[in-house]
Design a protein around this ligand. Structure first.
Ligand code: GLA
Length: 389
């Protein structure tokens, strides 16, 4: 599948630009085992890059003109590096323009180039196709123009692009996972310090199965940003009462419980979720190291309950998919994954049981919502790379 993507992207480049591309880059999507909505709350997350990619075929050109060709959408966008860059009404172009805007702000000197890109990361499925786009472009510019950026800087620029050119006030998880992914490794990332540790992604008798609900509710952007405001407000209140608290990391569940009335029902539930989820990631990392998959699965399912009932970022379709496997012996845990309001559920499933499960849940889902479920059996793969020079 990777080879096919690379071939078709290169061929498209050759067809349109009448030359072979000088470089091929691959930038992956990501999953997240556990630690949802806490990257912007100073928590820990456990993402991994997967074998679904955006492929970039790139060559420099002789001027300051940049030609972006989105093969899958059959669209192009052209801009000049000398222009002041602002968000435009083509969303996909914004992720790229945002990266250029921040690279220019940093003083990076780049020249013109032509790029064709194509993707096997489904859009709107919560697998971070936007982070793959941002980081792939950042990585490519770094390589083409010797910008001397670290991997961390590439991820941070991608995140800034998302904030300023896409309007999503996201955390760092997606970009970090896309850039720092390693084959067969899960990353435990401390979102306060950006320190990270790889854990062997060896699930023994089990595998990770994604079930794509095929829905994306429009309140993803607004709902996401509102959650951030709610927890920021919550933390400010907690700090007033407990001056020793600096971030959610040193805030205990008891403190949140004690302030229940002051915080108000909604903000209380949001903060309680955050504090519990931070602990769950630590427990999950330990469970993974001990190959204790029962515990890992239980923690994933607890995360889902929190995301659905307390953080309220799930939706009927995803809740249905999680419920549908909850009493299944072959499934140790299931939860919504990513920003929410649609996208995928991630399931820890006994190897060999996947197909039957997919068949059964697909039928139930079709009967309930009239929507086709899309299953993805994924592999944990390497982060953004230069494939060919
Ligand atoms: C989106 C954001 C991430 C993270 C997740 C939820 O994917 O881009 O930063 O907050 O949602 O965990």
């Amino acid at each position: 599948m990777k080879k096919k993507l690379i071939r078709s992207t290169s061929e498209h480049f050759e067809k349109i630009l009448q030359k072979t591309p000088d470089y091929i880059f691959l930038s992956p999507g990501r999953i997240n085992i556990i630690g949802e909505h806490i990257d912007y709350n100073d928590g820990f997350v456990m993402p991994a890059a997967i074998n679904k990619y955006i492929c970039f075929a790139v060559s420099k050109n002789e001027d300051s003109r940049c030609m972006l060709i989105a093969k899958d959408l059959n669209e192009t966008y052209e801009f000049d590096l000398k222009d002041e860059l602002k968000p435009v009404d083509k969303m996909w172009a914004n992720y790229i323009l945002g990266v250029f805007h921040h690279l220019k702000n940093k003083g990076s000197i780049m020249g013109g180039f032509d790029v064709v890109f194509s993707s096997t990361i489904p859009m709107g499925a919560g697998l971070s196709s936007s982070a793959a786009l941002e980081c792939g472009i950042g990585y490519a510019m770094n390589a083409l123009f010797d910008l001397g950026l670290t991997k961390e800087e590439i991820a941070l620029i991608g995140q800034k692009a998302e904030h300023t050119f896409a309007g999503v006030n996201c955390g760092i998880m997606d970009q970090f996972a896309s850039v720092f992914g390693e084959k067969n490794s899960v990353i435990k990332l401390d979102c306060t310090t950006l320190e990270y540790k790889y854990y062997k992604a060896d699930f023994k008798k089990y595998s990770l199965l994604l079930l794509d609900s095929n829905v994306k509710h429009t309140h993803l952007t607004s709902g996401y940003n509102v959650r951030r405001q709610e927890v920021e407000l919550g933390l400010a209140i907690i700090k007033q009462h407990f001056p020793e608290v600096r971030t959610f990391r040193n805030c205990t569940e008891n403190m949140v419980l004690e302030l229940k009335d002051v915080l108000g029902e909604t903000v209380f539930r949001r903060c309680q979720f955050v504090v519990k989820e931070i602990q769950r990631v630590l427990d999950a990392a330990e469970a993974l190291s001990n190959s204790d998959f029962k515990t890992l699965g239980r923690l994933m399912s607890e995360t889902h309950q929190g995301l659905s009932k307390d953080y309220e970022v799930s939706c009927d379709e995803i809740d249905f998919l999680v419920d549908a496997v909850s009493s299944e012996k072959s499934v140790l845990g299931a939860r919504m994954m990513g920003g929410g309001f649609g996208g995928c559920s991630i399931n820890l499933v006994e190897k060999g049981a996947e197909n039957e499960l997919i068949e059964r849940v697909s039928k139930q889902y079709r009967d309930a919502f009239g929507i086709e479920l899309k299953p993805y059996k994924i592999k944990i793969s390497k982060g953004t790379t230069l494939y060919k020079e």
